[in-house]
Ligand binder design. Structure first.
Ligand code: LMR
Length: 410
């Protein structure tokens, strides 16, 4: 009886949430974001660096300045990423950029150090840098939010506790995006567990289209391409159409069935089913952990590169026949994955910031079983954070069970 009531209530609340969401998404195209006081500009950027004041000969082909908010901005990943963003190699050499950097009270000194290095780098396309510790101020008007910051798991901390603690951060930041960011803001969550953190941010930001929320699995795609190239004895630029399905955790599914090497099916080039299933798949899924063992810390440079790749995948048209991997909301997906999860799929883009999930990937029984396992893990993660997303969930079932966790922690 109680279960029936709960199901009824959750169905009802899901329907009303969906109705609210549809209204919000319709409003998103028409309503201007509320005026929120932006964070203070830093140092030399307090001068007016409006592109209008520049020599037209230099800037006449430039687009309107894009506002990009970055969280965890004094961390290792951001230390690579920010300089790539400022150089123009991510959004394009004709795209001036404003960087809005979020730190914490503890990291604000380091964040000033980052801003000083950005000043000293004299990037022509970098028109503004602002720093702050209040997400509302830092997200003001942001057209992109790159959510890199999250707490790492401490010694002896259960994954459920990590989900909860990071979840609270993403709840606050989701609400701030909802209030302050551009209504069509594209959000890319990197901080782990990134799929569920992205879900929390999305569910707390009903003013922003659900479709705009991503969690980073491009890093896994890049790792998979590298392993396929290595096995085939080919350079990695010849590897295409590599999808990562599901969670950015050890249950992720790097897809070799649909992958191509030199335009041919990877399974016809490598012809080693045992290798694909028993070596390729776990190697990709645990690559983050292998790296930590060597490096003593989580991947930072390759993560930053993959964030750049993930952004470029949305602002540059996808090559015919190819795809890119990104974890996005599963609502209405063509593969029968449950709605309401942030699940990695093969996608394509026209280069306008939007994307569609590819609908022509073949699934065999092995892939289907793997997809079901990663989906199940995401459902369990969602249950554990139901209190943060206004949802009636089941009990948190990941306490005390074997930990599949994020790739870096095995
Ligand atoms: C990675 O895949 O390298 C990271 O997600 C690992 C981590 O735990 O930071």
């Amino acid at each position: 009886m109680q279960v029936a009531m709960q199901t009824k209530l959750s169905t009802k609340s899901a329907v009303s949430r969906r109705t609210l969401r549809v209204k919000a998404e319709a409003a998103a195209t028409t309503t201007a974001p509320p005026a929120v006081k932006p964070a203070e500009k830093y140092g030399v950027f307090r001068l007016s660096y409006d592109v209008q004041n520049e020599d037209r000969a230099l800037t006449k082909t430039w687009k309107k300045t894009v506002k990009v908010a970055v969280t965890g901005a004094s961390g290792n990943i951001a230390n690579h990423l920010l300089f790539m963003l400022a150089s123009g190699e991510v959004y394009g050499k004709d795209q001036p950029i404003a960087l809005q950097l979020l730190g914490s009270d503890r990291s604000i000194g380091a964040l000033e150090g980052v801003a000083m290095e950005l000043e000293d780098s004299l990037y022509p396309l970098l028109r503004e840098v602002s720093i702050g510790v209040d997400p509302m101020e830092v997200f003001a008007g942001a057209e992109w939010a790159l959510m890199v910051g999250a707490k790492p798991r401490g010694p002896g901390m259960e994954r459920a506790d990590l989900l909860n603690q990071n979840g609270e951060i993403f709840q606050v930041q989701g609400r701030a995006l909802n209030e302050a960011a551009d209504r069509n803001c594209k959000v890319l969550v990197v901080g782990n567990p990134c799929n569920t953190n992205a879900l929390i941010a999305m569910e707390n930001a009903p003013n922003i289209p659900r479709k705009n929320f991503h969690a980073l699995t491009r890093l896994d795609e890049n790792r998979a391409k590298c392993q396929l190239a290595l096995k085939a004895g080919k350079f990695y630029t010849s590897v295409s159409r590599v999808a990562i399905w599901g969670n950015h955790s050890t249950t992720q599914v790097p897809d070799f069935l649909n992958a191509k090497i030199g335009g041919l099916p990877a399974v016809n080039v490598i012809r080693d089913d045992k290798w694909f299933k028993e070596q390729f798949t776990p190697t990709v899924a645990t690559r983050g952990g292998a790296l930590i063992k060597k490096w003593g810390k989580s991947s930072a440079a390759s993560t930053a590169v993959s964030i750049a790749d993930a952004i470029r995948a949305l602002v540059v048209p996808t090559a015919p026949g190819d795809c890119f991997s990104t974890a996005v909301v599963s609502d209405g997906n063509p593969y029968g994955v449950k709605d309401g999860l942030i699940f990695s799929f093969p996608c394509r883009s026209k280069g306008d910031g939007d994307y569609e999930i590819c609908n022509d990937f073949i699934l065999d029984d092995w892939l289907r079983t793997k997809l079901a396992a990663t989906e199940d893990e995401l459902v369990k993660e969602r249950d554990c954070v139901s209190h943060l997303i206004g949802r009636m969930g089941g009990a948190c079932a990941i306490r005390g069970v074997p930990d599949t966790t994020v790739p870096g922690e095995n």
